[in-house]
Ligand binder design. Structure first.
Ligand SMILES: [Ca+2]
Length: 381
């Protein structure tokens, strides 16, 4: 029989930054019969997330450590790191609106050919993927218009920009794309403050349906070839395309600066109608390739003499339909990524797993004699 010395070791190891896979297991272990089931099964979003090690990633920010050195422009106004909510680790960026509040904080990252420097200075980015997780608390009477934006600031005028793509929100919670160009004419090269709005498009996403839930949001900005209408704006929500604007022309024939600013912001033009409404951002990633959702890691207690193990994730319902299975994993590991690479999703199931998706998990492991029983189903997070 396996005796776990202290399950709190695992819980404590996972409570902070980055969850350790080193979980003590105690002897004696009776290897003449199958083991008891694993005692702890849970999932966490590691910090930094897996995507951050990809060379296509320009920057990652999950608010778990102080990275203000790469925050290019930050206005507080109540927009601060908090421990009140988190997708990864224990922290996120929170805005809690005061009654009537308009200016409500922002955070911008400069990169590439931005005239004021930033990350990967001097590179030119013709296509960018910008992903973040966002959560509105439940019960908003109406929604603030600002969410995120991507721009090209140009040389010679610090805060002037050639064009901007805005991920904005209608008062009723529906998302919209609202690009604007400061190129004076559709295929011109002259930079001006012309605010030539290119046409707003509703996004197939409403935050009113997703109160108190994290949503993985991702924007693709692909610049047009100068002088051609071949740009593209694509949005994803929880891994599904919710906007795809093709044949766009953000920059006309201007071939100066490229994509060089990404920003999250919480401005509320009309002012917050009530006090105390809160929203959160976490797990921001900027990359040159599609990012997708953060991948949680499932962990269990270790087993001395383990030769294989297996995990299943299911819907929290009486019949527990399985949505992901690791299959049999040989060896003595005690954690696995809940991903397409490490297991199999049931047909039609999204690989974007959210902490509030109503999923449960179970595991079993085996020694040289045989398998343990499965654990009871437990909440995935
Ligand atoms: Ca975090």
């Amino acid at each position: 029989m396996l005796y776990l010395r202290d399950l709190a070791v695992l819980i404590a190891a996972c409570a902070g930054l980055g969850c350790s896979s080193e979980v003590d297991s105690d002897t004696p272990t009776d290897t003449t019969q199958p083991p008891d089931p694993p005692a702890v099964v849970s999932a966490v979003f590691h910090s930094p997330e897996t995507a951050c090690s990809d060379p296509a990633v320009i920057l990652c920010e999950d608010f778990e450590t102080d990275r203000q050195s790469i925050w290019s422009d930050y206005e507080d106004n109540g927009f601060v790191v908090t421990a009140n909510a988190a997708l990864s680790g224990t922290s996120s960026m929170e805005q809690e609106y005061q009654l009537g509040q308009v200016s409500a904080g922002w955070l911008a990252w400069f990169f590439g050919d931005h005239p004021m420097g930033g990350t990967r200075t001097g590179e030119h980015f013709e296509e960018i993927f910008f992903r973040w997780y966002h959560k509105f608390q439940a019960g908003w009477p109406q929604y603030p218009p600002k969410m995120a934006r991507v721009r090209s600031h140009y040389i010679g005028c610090d805060w002037c920009f050639a064009w901007a793509e805005h991920f904005w929100v209608h008062p009723d919670g529906r998302a919209l794309s609202d690009p604007m160009s400061n190129i004076a004419a559709p295929n011109g090269t002259t930079l001006a403050s012309s605010e030539r709005w290119l046409g707003a498009t509703d996004v197939d996403l409403s935050f009113a349906d997703r109160g108190d839930s994290w949503v993985a949001l991702e924007m693709r900005i692909k610049l047009n070839t100068p002088g051609q209408n071949d740009g593209r704006l694509t949005y994803w929500a929880n891994g599904e395309i919710v906007l795809d604007r093709q044949n766009e022309n953000l920059r006309g024939a201007y071939d100066g600066t490229t994509i060089n600013v990404a920003m999250i912001d919480t401005y509320w033009n009309e002012g917050a109608p009530v006090a105390g409404l809160r929203r959160w951002y976490d797990n921001v990633v900027l990359a040159t390739e599609a990012i997708g959702c953060a991948v949680p890691t499932i962990q269990k207690s270790t087993l001395v003499g383990q030769v294989a193990w297996e995990v299943e994730v299911a819907v929290d319902s009486p019949t527990h339909p399985v949505v992901w299975s690791s299959g049999t994993k040989a060896g003595d590991a005690s954690e696995v990524q809940l991903s397409d690479d490490a297991g199999t999703f049931a047909s039609g199931r999204s690989s974007c797993v959210l902490p509030d998706a109503g999923l449960v998990v179970r595991a079993r492991h085996r020694n040289s004699i045989g398998w343990s029983e499965w654990t009871e189903w437990a909440s995935l997070f």
